[in-house]
Design a protein around this ligand. Structure first.
Ligand SMILES: CC(C)(COP(=O)(O)OP(=O)(O)OC[C@H]1O[C@@H](n2cnc3c(N)ncnc32)[C@H](O)[C@@H]1OP(=O)(O)O)[C@@H](O)C(=O)NCCC(=O)NCCS
Length: 152
């Protein structure tokens, strides 16, 4: 897939070191190399990278639940030096395409209540706040569940 010169494609084991590097922005809950190995082997590609030229500058992890018709955006991250260039929006567009392709059109995610950059991204892409999650990220660290029904 390609959005505004940003290439988006399924990750392979060759990209794991880049994925682990990108995850370092998450001080807690960062996905490990073992977790990426496991996720990359799944039947439906669920780890996707964004690249500009040869450089990997972002990634996302999607979990598909066909029986519930839900796609969960489990992780989304953009390299700090490449932010505000539309990379996350391109990844989110790709997530929506994939959710429809795999017939899991309810896209759901969790975001920290104090993560205003991510909340703006989702709000501006028409995601709705569906549940307040007290202590979701630890004591006194609330989150929001947000979702978007792609067929409505
Ligand atoms: C949140 C994050 C993924 C955004 O990535 P990005 O590539 O910079 O986002 P984009 O350039 O695609 O921005 C799209 C829109 O999101 C919103 N947005 C992004 N960063 C923002 C910021 N710092 N402040 C306010 N709004 C912001 C804006 O609406 C923006 O549109 P605009 O640039 O036309 O105003 C990135 O900041 C990041 O990796 N943060 C750390 C990891 C993280 O928090 N992941 C989300 C977990 S739920």
């Amino acid at each position: 897939m390609s959005f505004n010169k940003i290439q988006i494609y399924p990750a392979t084991v060759l990209e794991i070191s880049d994925l682990v590097r990108l995850e370092q922005v998450f001080t807690e809950y960062a996905l490990s190399s073992q977790a990426f190995h496991y996720l990359i082997q799944r039947a439906k590609p669920c780890v996707w990278v964004a690249a500009q030229g040869q450089r990997i500058c972002g990634d996302m992890v999607l979990l598909f639940f066909p029986s519930k018709q839900i796609t969960r955006l489990y992780s989304l991250v953009v390299e700090p030096s490449q932010r505000r260039c539309g990379i996350a929006r391109a990844l989110l567009n790709a997530a929506e395409h994939l959710a429809l392709e795999y017939r899991c059109p309810l896209l759901r995610l969790e975001v920290r209540a104090d993560n205003f950059a991510a909340r703006h991204l989702y709000e501006n892409s028409a995601y709705a706040y569906t549940e307040y999650l007290a202590d979701f990220y630890g004591k006194d660290q609330a989150g929001w569940q947000m979702s978007k029904h792609l067929l409505k």
